[in-house]
Design a protein around this ligand. Structure first.
Ligand code: FUC
Length: 783
């Protein structure tokens, strides 16, 4: 299968990218930018190596390439008043609040909670813009967009490019961001000698130095609030013109080709409590010097050798027809022009964005991955733990990018130390760690500075689900050993925080359903995630044969836990312990269904819960912001309703996607992109119900297609072809040699090994099972 849908391309620069609009675009018409459009957000194209990111505008007259480095964060140690969120011994108010909740005096409990159970927000900080590269060239100047203008992002090569002819000269720009060499690389070429004026513009007051002798421009400085040192360097190499300086600008004259290499960094280090490491100057310039020696071709080769093995692991064909329509026009007219082509591009884009924004050794992908052009971005472009960071990593395991979630494990591991302090001060426990809604990379693990959105200790158990999936999908024991202490610490905190309710069951108290509701006890999301966390921690401890006592404690608490999945008066899964749900409530958070997705407690094996989950989702409605639609997509897929899942996916493309295919809340929030890719995976393959279900939620509009490389729990890599909405060919690759279970609601005739020999199939109530050997492939033959 070829990667046919791995290109975003445009006939116009970022500022003119077509967006969704009620008025259909007329044939050949250049749509002006929509009023209020921010070209960075809606049209520019992202490249990234997870350390750094760059956004390419593709302007004809003056090219702008805005760039970031993930550690450039204001706030934290050094910023005035920063206490990691601590606000005294807040936990001393818990007994009174709990007592009031037991007496059903919720109003009064809420009043104290809102006043007292809050953190100190001083110095939380925000993810910062680093700067911009600007390139002017007299020969770029034209009155209109050249006819042959093409701007594209090739997902197969992780390269952005811009090409056009102006003033009789063919211009081209190629840009990629190399992970192995930790540099942004740009190649400019022209068919005749031209002159470029090039500058590097910092986003913060800095000392800029343009040095024609060393053929470099650099800047450095310290962030004003926290003193964080930052530096960016750019060198000019492989050019044939002459170079001179003019203020902060370098001018290259009579030139046909030029390579620019950028690297940048800060003295941030993810180590509590100071979060500072070495001055980055030496490392930045060593990277640049090494890159110069490799040259453009050498750098590009290493970039492809690193990127392509990851990206090419998964291939998808949803039956699109190849068209010559630019991506923004496909989107603006969706679903009229090749809808399944666009859906496939969007799926591939999610994997591209994850590889480009999350790699071993980097901070994890934040609310905008690694791309941000503001110093006061929405929600600080932070690590949001009440759904967003979790969603960022939903596609990682199933779409075969487990290397990309390594940085999540590192990060969560680093939260334990500050999280232990927050757990004691806010939740009154003696051991274990916590993290809550908003978190910066400076150990702000405390609840938020407002109770109503900020009290979210379930963030800890929620992120542990991602870690558990990392183990379950691939069965790697080293991962299990790595994540176990993290799960254990989260379980320790919860084990102490739960408290007896008036019916003697154990509840989380106080408890707040994410950004929705009242000060309560035993909200469904808390209870469901306690169940999930305790169950996984017990399983992990058993597999590692450790902590017998903890296993016993958690087991007995599980027996006594207040029912996480209560069915309420109108047949819904209750969001709160009391039946308070309003059937007309369309709130974007659907926290009471966390057991449907991503947790695995609501499965087709319990139809009663499936029906109640369906009722809940139907009442919540299909409309929502980007990430919420993506969650609904995953949930409808788990409900085995492919047509409804597809309807949600359509809504996400028509309502919540910009011309550059960034998902929007608004503003741009990358979780929706990742949730989209995870949702498509979930339509094609599920493995949460202790078996592998092939094509569980195939919509009728995808009658024919194929995929390869998706991963199922247990360490199986699947490839499937289907026709007339039925699987016709499938192959399982066994990574670990475990027993393979295939759901028996598809008609399997036999399974054969690599020599074409039948393997023994054991038929059980809900699945067929067969033994596999590590490293071997098995073909599934259908009736
Ligand atoms: C969640 C959402 C908000 C927003 C924020 C970044 O908390 O409820 O709508 O998306 O994350």
């Amino acid at each position: 299968m070829e990667h046919t849908y791995s290109k975003l391309w445009y006939r116009v620069p970022a500022s003119m990218t077509a967006q969704h609009s009620e008025e259909p675009r007329k044939e050949g018409e250049d749509r002006p930018s929509r009023k209020g459009n921010d070209p960075w957000e809606t049209g520019a194209l992202p490249v990234g190596n997870a350390y750094m990111g760059a956004m390419v505008y593709g302007n004809v007259d003056k090219e702008i390439i805005q760039f970031n480095e993930k550690t450039l964060w204001s706030g934290g140690p050094g910023a005035p008043g920063y206490t990691y969120g601590e606000n005294g011994d807040v936990s001393s108010y818990l007994p009174e609040i709990r007592e009031l909740l037991l007496k059903d005096e919720k109003e009064k409990a809420g009043e104290i909670a809102r006043e007292k159970l809050v953190s100190n927000d001083a110095g939380f900080g925000a993810y910062q813009n680093f700067g911009e590269l600007r390139i002017c060239c007299k020969e770029f100047q034209t009155a209109t967009i050249p006819e042959d203008y093409v701007r594209q992002l090739n997902l197969d090569t992780a390269t952005a490019s811009v090409r056009f002819t102006a003033n009789g000269i063919e211009h081209s720009r190629e840009i990629f961001c190399s992970y192995p060499d930790r540099v942004i690389v740009l190649r400019l070429s022209a068919s005749k000698p031209v002159s470029y004026e090039i500058s590097l513009n910092p986003a913060h007051p800095s000392a800029v130095k343009a040095d024609p002798e060393n053929k470099s421009i650099s800047f450095s400085g310290n962030l004003q609030d926290n003193g964080l040192y930052y530096e960016a360097g750019m060198v000019f190499s492989e050019f044939d013109g002459s170079i001179k300086g003019e203020g902060d600008t370098l001018i290259i004259s009579e030139n046909t080709a030029l390579t620019l290499i950028i690297s940048c960094g800060t003295d941030y280090k993810n180590v509590y409590p100071n979060y500072r490491g070495e001055n980055p100057h030496k490392a930045i310039w060593e990277r640049i010097d090494t890159a110069i020696l490799k040259g453009y071709e050498g750098l590009y080769k290493r970039h492809l050798e690193d990127y392509q093995p990851l990206f090419s692991r998964v291939k998808l064909d949803l039956g699109g027809q190849i068209t010559s329509v630019p991506t923004d026009e496909m989107l603006a007219s969706y679903p009229k022009i090749d809808p399944h082509g666009l859906e496939t591009i969007m799926f591939n884009y999610g994997r591209y964005l994850l590889i480009s924004s999350s790699r071993p050794g980097t901070l994890p992908a934040n609310l905008q991955g690694v791309w941000n052009d503001k110093n006061d971005p929405a929600w600080c472009s932070d690590y949001h733990f009440n759904i967003n960071l979790q969603m960022n990593y939903w596609p990682a395991e199933v779409s075969n990018l487990t290397q990309c979630s390594d940085s999540l494990v590192d990060y969560v591991e680093s939260l334990q130390e500050p999280g232990e302090v927050s757990a004691k001060k806010f939740f009154g426990v003696s051991k274990g760690w916590t993290v809550n809604t908003m978190n910066n990379p400076y150990g702000f693990t405390a609840p938020g500075w407002e109770f109503n959105w900020g009290w979210a200790p379930n963030s800890t158990s929620f992120i542990c689900r991602n870690l558990w999936d990392k183990y379950e999908f691939h069965g790697d024991k080293d991962v299990l050993k790595r994540i176990y202490p993290i799960l254990k610490g989260a379980a320790d905190c919860w084990s102490e925080y739960v408290t007896p309710d008036s019916d003697c069951t154990l509840v989380s108290s106080p408890s707040y359903s994410p950004e929705h509701g009242h000060c309560e006890k035993g909200c469904a999301m808390d209870q469901q995630l306690i169940y999930d966390l305790f169950t996984n921690t017990i399983t992990a401890a058993r597999e590692l044969d450790v902590d017998r006592e903890l296993q016993d404690t958690l087991e007995s608490q599980l027996e006594n836990i207040s029912n996480p999945l209560q069915i309420g008066s109108w047949g819904q899964i209750q969001e709160w312990k009391d039946d308070l749900d309003d059937p007309n409530d369309h709130h974007r958070h659907i926290s009471q269904l966390v057991s449907l997705y991503p947790c695995p407690q609501i499965t087709p094996d319990c139809p009663e819960l499936m029906n109640a989950a369906k009722t809940t989702l139907v009442h919540r409605g299909d409309e929502a912001t980007g990430w919420s639609r993506a969650w609904k997509l995953c949930m409808w897929a788990r409900l085995r309703d492919g047509d409804h899942a597809h309807r949600i996916l359509e809504g996400q493309l028509t309502q919540c996607t910009y011309g550059n295919l960034f998902d929007t809340h608004p503003p741009f929030q990358i979780d929706g992109n990742f949730g989209f890719t995870a949702g498509v995976c979930e339509m094609l393959l599920q493995s949460h119900a202790e078996r592998i279900d092939l094509l569980p939620s195939l919509p009728s509009c995808w009658p024919k297609g194929e995929f390869s490389g998706l991963v199922a729990r247990g360490g199986f890599v699947l490839s499937v072809k289907w026709s007339e909405n039925k699987a016709v060919w499938a192959e399982v690759f066994s990574k670990n040699g475990s027993e393979c279970r295939l759901g028996n609601d598809i008609s399997i005739a036999s399974v054969t090994d690599e020599n074409g020999k039948n393997v023994e199939l054991i038929e059980c109530k809900r699945h067929f099972s067969f033994s596999t050997e590590k490293g071997k492939r098995y073909q599934i033959n259908f009736k």
